[in-house]
Design a protein around this ligand. Structure first.
Ligand SMILES: *[C@@H]1O[C@H](CO)[C@@H](O)[C@H](O)[C@H]1NC(C)=O
Ligand SMILES: *[C@@H]1O[C@H](CO)[C@@H](O)[C@H](O)[C@H]1NC(C)=O
Length: 328
C-alpha cells in the first residue's frame, strides 16, 4: 500500500512539474518582445487591446468552464443580505438536506434575505450526476460547473462560487464560503458580526486566520510540493472551513484568480489572491477550525464549528432552537 501511495504522489508531482514547465514556455513574454522590436508605427496598426493586462490575464488560469447546472435568477428580484456558498460533493445528499433543514433554511431569518447555494463539479459517475440534477430540480440551490469534482480541484469550486456571485448576484451584501460538515450559528453571524443595520463594508474579509507555511510532508492532507510553492511562508489566509467577506471581494478574487497560478489548497489560494489585492483578513475567534464538543452555552458563542455530521446538525439545531429562553 505505501508504495502505491508514494507512486501516486510522485505522479502528481511529475504532472505539476510538467504543467509548470509548459506554462513557463507558453508564456508570451518572448513573442511580446519580438513584436516590440518591429517598427510598429509604420507598418501595422496596433489594436488598442494589445496591453500587458491582456497578456497577463490570458494565460495562467482561464477558468473556462461552463455551468451545467445554474440558478441564474435566484438573485434577480431581491438582493440578499448574505449568500452562503457551500462546497459539497455528490454523495453528501444527507449533509445538504441537513443544512437545508437547519441553519441553511432561507425562510427562518425574517426580513433578512439569505441565499444558500451548494457548489459541485462533475462526477466521473454519471448516475451521481443525474441524482444531483434531480435534487437540483426540487430545491433549486445547486450550481455545477463542468470540471471534474475531486479533492485536488476544490480551488476550482471556490472560484466558481466567486464567479457565480460576481455574475449572478452582484448586489448581495455579504458572502460566506463554507463546507457541508460545518455548523453555522447564523444568529451570531448575522447579528453580532455582519449587523444588517450598519453601513455595508467593502474589501472586508474575515474568518479563522492562519499564519503558516507549506507542509512538505507528503503524507499530510495539506502537502505542498516545493516546486509548486517554493516560499517558506504563506500569506495570512482564512481556514476554508468558513470565511466571510463583503460581496465586492467575490469579483476581485475571481478576476485576480484568472492570472494567479492555481494551487490545490483553496484557502491558501484565496489568501494569495487577497495579498495581490492588498486585502487583509481579520481574525475572528468565533470561527472554529476544529471540532468542539456540543454544549448549548459554548455553541451560543461561536460562528462556525467543524466536523458535524448530518445527525448532529439536526440535534444541535433542535436543541438550540427549543432552548432559546434558557440563559447561560
Ligand atoms: C477588445 O476587447 C473587447 C472586449 O474584451 C473585444 O470585444 C474587442 O473585439 C477587442 N478589440 C480588438 C481590436 O481586439
Ligand atoms: C480537475 O478538473 C479538470 C477539468 O475537468 C480535469 O482536467 C482535471 O483532471 C481535474 N483534476 C483532478 C486532480 O481531478
Amino acid at each position: 500500500m505505501p508504495s502505491k501511495v508514494s507512486c501516486l504522489y510522485l505522479l502528481t508531482v511529475v504532472c505539476w512539474a510538467s504543467a509548470l514547465w509548459y506554462l513557463s514556455i507558453s508564456r508570451p513574454t518572448s513573442s511580446y518582445e519580438g513584436h516590440m522590436s518591429i517598427p510598429i508605427r509604420k507598418t501595422v496598426k496596433t489594436p488598442k487591446n494589445f496591453t500587458f493586462t491582456n497578456i497577463r490575464s490570458r494565460s495562467l488560469n482561464p477558468h473556462s468552464f461552463e455551468f451545467v447546472i445554474n440558478e441564474p435568477k435566484k438573485c434577480e428580484s431581491v438582493s440578499p443580505f448574505l449568500v452562503i456558498l457551500i462546497s459539497t460533493t455528490h454523495k453528501e445528499f444527507d449533509a445538504r438536506q441537513a443544512i437545508r433543514e437547519t441553519w441553511g433554511d432561507e425562510s427562518t431569518y425574517g426580513d433578512i434575505h439569505i441565499l444558500t447555494i451548494f457548489l459541485l463539479g462533475r462526477n466521473t459517475d454519471d448516475v451521481l450526476n443525474q441524482m444531483v440534477e434531480q435534487e437540483s430540480q426540487i430545491f433549486h440551490d445547486i450550481v455545477v460547473e463542468n470540471f471534474i469534482d475531486s479533492y485536488h480541484n476544490l480551488t476550482l469550486k471556490t472560484i466558481m462560487g466567486m464567479r457565480w456571485v460576481a455574475t449572478f448576484c452582484p448586489k448581495a451584501q455579504y458572502v460566506m464560503k463554507t463546507d457541508s460538515d460545518i455548523f453555522v450559528n447564523m444568529d451570531n453571524l448575522i447579528h453580532k458580526l455582519l449587523k444588517p443595520n450598519t453601513k455595508p463594508r467593502r474589501r472586508y474579509f474575515t474568518g479563522y486566520v492562519i499564519n503558516g507555511g507549506p507542509i512538505r510532508d507528503m503524507r499530510s492532507k495539506w502537502y505542498m510540493p516545493r516546486d509548486l510553492y517554493p516560499d517558506s511562508r504563506y500569506p495570512p489566509f482564512c481556514s476554508g472551513t468558513g470565511y466571510v467577506f463583503s460581496a465586492d471581494v467575490a469579483e476581485l478574487i475571481y478576476k485576480t484568480s484568472l492570472h494567479t497560478r492555481l494551487l490545490h489548497l483553496e484557502d491558501v489560494y484565496v489568501g494569495l489572491c487577497l495579498r495581490k489585492l492588498n486585502i487583509h483578513p481579520y481574525q475572528n475567534s468565533g470561527f472554529n477550525h476544529w471540532k468542539m464538543a456540543y454544549s448549548l452555552c459554548r455553541y451560543r458563542r461561536v460562528i462556525t464549528v467543524h466536523q458535524i455530521s448530518p445527525e448532529e446538525m439536526h440535534r444541535i439545531w433542535n436543541d438550540m432552537s427549543s432552548k432559546k429562553h434558557l440563559r447561560c
